[in-house]
Design a binder for this molecule. Structure first.
Ligand code: SPV
Ligand code: MG
Length: 298
């Protein structure tokens, strides 16, 4: 089944599904092997792994390059966190065209202004996009897609920017009418109350996606009870790897020896397995003839 179809079915199904953040080919593969049915290509995580801020400091084509590695390394669908679409409707529809060419399954765009800022940094100071402008962007993307199953998610930032339920519903409804396939309702509260209020009023007009980074204490059965279609674990591979790298770097700097290190980190063989090094060895046996080896060693 096409990756886009897999994502579309996952989002439309009544059960609550979960997807996990990845930010390069290796982490994408790790997410797939863990059993997840999809990958969140997080803007924050991709930017952070490049050593830059979540403010569109990395260009959209640099993000596209990362996505290509992620897509090549995996078979499960990738939903790109496409920020604001990197500009106006025209930039957004060109992004979509390039994503389809790389078998990316869907893109989520948020109703803020380019260049965006992460929702958890001074959210209330962030201006929202005019509703009609954002609707035009959604329409342009839906009109551009060649694969009818490619998913366009509209992310509503009204709660993040300090507005109430009315603004949230008004925006979500406008984006639904513009052709969005799902609504990502974002909240920075430490509880799920805002999201719960939204979901109850929304009444399942389109599938709902959430990112419970800040309301992480919510028990998982709440998501199902509320009829949430998709939950995104948005940055947890990045954060886990940062802790691990800080720990090992500090330890090695201090000890100047590998004796206490070697058995505590991933064996090299596991890295080779994740890279599928064995396939190349088999391919060499098949394609790299003895005479070419002899020539190469001369
Ligand atoms: C991301 O993962 O980059 C997101 C989610 O957009 S959040 O950081 O919660 O805004
Ligand atoms: Mg983001």
């Amino acid at each position: 089944m096409k990756k886009s179809t897999q994502l579309k079915l996952m989002i439309q199904s009544q059960t609550t599904d979960y997807i996990m953040e990845a930010h390069n080919g290796l982490s994408a593969k790790i997410v797939e092997e863990a059993g997840f049915k999809g990958i969140w290509a997080s803007g924050l995580s991709i930017a952070a792994s490049m050593g830059v801020r979540d403010n569109n400091e990395a260009s959209w084509t640099q993000v596209l390059d990362v996505l290509e590695f992620m897509s090549d390394a995996t078979k499960i669908p990738i939903l790109l966190d496409g920020d604001t679409g990197y500009g106006n409707f025209n930039n957004a529809r060109r992004l979509l065209k390039k994503l389809e060419q790389r078998q990316i399954a869907g893109v989520c765009i948020e109703d803020k202004l380019f260049p965006k800022t992460n929702s958890f940094i001074k959210g209330e100071a962030q201006p929202l996009a005019p509703i009609d402008e954002f609707c035009g962007k959604i329409k342009a993307m839906k009109d551009t897609q060649k694969d009818q199953d490619f998913v366009v998610v509209a992310r509503v930032e009204a709660f993040i920017a300090g507005h109430g339920l009315d603004e949230m519903l008004k925006r979500a409804e406008a984006y639904r009418q513009a052709g969005a396939d799902a609504i990502l309702a974002h909240s920075k509260r430490a509880d799920i109350n805002e999201i719960e209020a939204f979901v109850k009023e929304w009444g399942g007009r389109l599938p709902v996606i959430i990112v419970p980074t800040k309301y992480y204490k919510t028990p998982k059965n709440r998501f199902q009870e509320l009829g949430i279609n998709l939950v995104i674990w948005a940055n947890h591979n990045l954060r886990a790897s940062v802790s691990a790298m800080q720990k090992i770097s500090r330890k090695l700097f201090k000890e100047e020896s590998l004796i206490q290190i070697e058995n505590k980190i991933t064996p090299l063989e596991e890295i080779f397995r994740l890279q599928n090094a064995e396939e190349l060895q088999l391919a060499e046996e098949k394609y790299f003839t003895t005479s070419s080896v002899e020539k190469g060693s001369e």
